[in-house]
Design a protein. Sequence first.
Length: 338
Amino acid sequence: MVNDRGGVNGRKINIISLDNGSEVAKSVDLARKLVEDEKVLLIFSSIGTEGNLAIRDYLNEEKIPQLFVQSSSAVFNDPAHFPWTMGFFASYRSEGLAYAKYILQNKPAAKIAILYSNDDTGKEYVAGVRDGLGDRASTLIVKEVSYQVSDPTLDPQIVALKDSGADVFFNFSIGPFVTRAIRAAYDHLWHPLQFIPNASLSVAAFLDPAGLEKSTGIITNARSKGWWFPRAQNDPAVRDFLDWMKKYNSQGSLRDQDNVAGYERAQVLVEVLRKCGDNLTRANVMKQASSLDLELGMLRPGIKITTSPADYQPIKQLFLMRFDGREWVPFGSTIDAN
């Protein structure tokens, strides 16, 4: 679409994509190929925490912008040590912190149980909750239990959490594990106020397999406007996105939130390139990327793209949604999860 309109500042964008096949060990060689053979201006929106960590040192040593990483890990907001690397999403910590803020405001006598993966991602969610609860964390959190990706079932964890007497469940499980946890909690007759991560909100992939009745009432978070249901399509920005999907990404699924996420990241990249003007250098790319104050049509009002030389997390706000058995329904105001 951008190139069809003449590009940015009269320049067409040429995207070169290499696939590491989810093998982290290949990431550095592919990054070197892009930088040293293809002479790319920057690395844009590369996928995954481990793969991006693998290439971060090399790109920073060579002063190559690593922009808008596709990971919610807070490790990509570290401009003091890695000034050429920038994330995009609200972090896992931000999600946990936002849920904690909601509980303090709306259920201050809660008894909280937490399920998390025994890895850096899971621990970051828990750290966010503890940061958000502050000095009340030790009294409000009554049980924390982790799981391994090799665990065949989550029933033992769910039983332990239920037996704690908790009435709030921070279910920080990802992918198929969230399906198992939702189903297990319901089947064990445990019906707390339940929260799940943004990464696990897909109805088709995770809630439907768990059972829509079993998923009703669950809360998650998001940043973007809805686009799937007819009433949302009265919004001009939503219509623009749907038109773009139809013309440029017709094979993509409208049920896949990665499409709108990619659309948003691309819009921000175009703004960075536009701000560079005739000075299209790597140093100027980072200068412009670290001074953003931008509203996007598909972001919910109140959520902006903002960065500074000391803050490399472009999205710092989110809003909450509750699953009504059929769709996610937004409620409440935007939460600053910084």
